[in-house]
Design a protein around this ligand. Structure first.
Ligand SMILES: [Zn+2]
Length: 359
């Protein structure tokens, strides 16, 4: 049994149930959802798809739950529709049961499918991993991840809810997300995105060319593909690293952090694809986590609260403001505004206004 086989089979499970969802939608005009699909999986495991039964039920269920969640996020305008996946693109498996952790080793109790006898045999396997960190609290589940380079990672998720409160600073901040400037604070401070993708563009081009020159499927071809994946991994890590540092910095400095609720569909309409490169959603998730950990308050102002057009000095709504106006002067009170700073001030004010709905 190799971990690769496990993920390959899970890709089959994913594609099977996604196809079912699509068919269900064509017939009934709605999606079936996990509560219809999970009982169906039980039947498949007993009848036609016994060869999946070697994988723990929780892990199989997880593939269905992920499809379910992707649809839900899609309906909330937070992401795209689930897609069919090639085997090498299916990346992770979650284990709630059937594992044991011990001294830098993880044991998975997996059954094995014997094709000739058409039966499952019991099979426990130890996998060694390099332990980078100790963990606290009870382990809730573990996750095995295969990245694009082909490295396997073991994630251990615990219920550790210990917090490390930062000292109160008495300061609050309003944050505006933007295209040209990543974050603008109501204090006037502007934080630029380092754009690791841009910095690596030249190298990306070289590696892309290398891939296209190789004979498809040859050893050299796969070597070049891995090389390219390694560079992408580096870019992603750089971005993540910067997000964590930024979130830590904001949490240290401010007791209350106010942002807008992200409307990713709207942002995509306005700004195009670059939004995904900037990874606002991932950043807000990190910020949420850090705020919880360090006992900071994060308030997100609902997307229907006007934050760009009102003048932060007199409240006049500037209906003539267009996307290209970076600076503007209020016709009512004559204040000169930087568009983003003005928005950040309004966001902070709305977050502190009890009549405005926040989450
Ligand atoms: Zn004004």
């Amino acid at each position: 049994m190799r971990l690769g086989n496990l993920l390959d089979d899970l890709a089959d499970v994913h594609n099977h149930f996604l196809a079912l969802e699509k068919r269900y939608y064509r017939i009934y005009g709605k999606y079936a959802g996990r509560y219809r699909l999970q009982p169906h999986l039980t039947k498949l495991l007993q009848r036609t798809h016994k060869h999946w039964a070697w994988i723990p039920r929780d892990t199989l269920d997880e593939a269905i739950i992920r499809i379910h969640i992707t649809y839900e996020r899609f309906f909330e305008g937070l992401g795209g529709l689930p897609k069919f996946k090639r085997k090498d693109r299916y990346r992770s498996a979650k284990f709630k049961t059937g594992y044991k952790l011990d001294n830098g080793r993880a044991r998975l109790s997996l059954k094995a499918w014997n094709a000739s006898t058409q039966r499952l045999t019991f099979n426990k396997r130890w996998f060694s991993f390099h332990q980078h960190r100790d963990w606290n609290g009870e382990v809730r589940y573990i996750q095995i991840l295969r990245d694009a380079v082909g490295t396997y990672w073991l994630y251990i998720v615990t219920d550790d809810a210990t917090t490390e409160p930062y000292l109160a600073t008495g300061e609050s901040v309003g944050i505006d997300f933007g295209m040209d400037t990543y974050l603008t604070l109501n204090t006037g401070e502007k934080i630029q995105h380092p754009q690791p993708l841009k910095a690596s563009l030249k190298q990306l081009r070289i590696l892309n060319k290398a891939v296209s020159r190789k004979v498809k499927g040859s050893n050299n071809y796969w070597r070049a593909v891995r090389e390219l994946a390694r560079l992408y991994r580096k870019i992603t890590n750089q971005r993540k690293d910067w997000h964590w540092k930024l979130a830590t910095d904001l949490c240290r400095r401010f007791d209350l952090i106010a942002t807008e609720t992200l409307n990713l569909a709207g942002m995509k309409r306005l700004w195009g694809r670059k939004v995904s490169d900037l990874a606002f959603y991932q950043f807000v998730e990190i910020l949420k986590y850090k705020c919880q950990k360090h006992k900071r308050e994060l308030r997100q102002v609902g997307q229907w609260t006007a934050t760009t057009k009102p003048c932060s000095d007199c409240g006049f709504h500037n209906q003539n403001l267009t996307l290209s106006d970076k600076q503007w002067t209020c016709p009512e009170c004559g204040s000169h505004h930087d568009r983003d700073i003005n928005a950040a001030i309004n966001i902070l004010r709305a977050a502190c206004d009890p009549s405005v709905e926040t989450i």
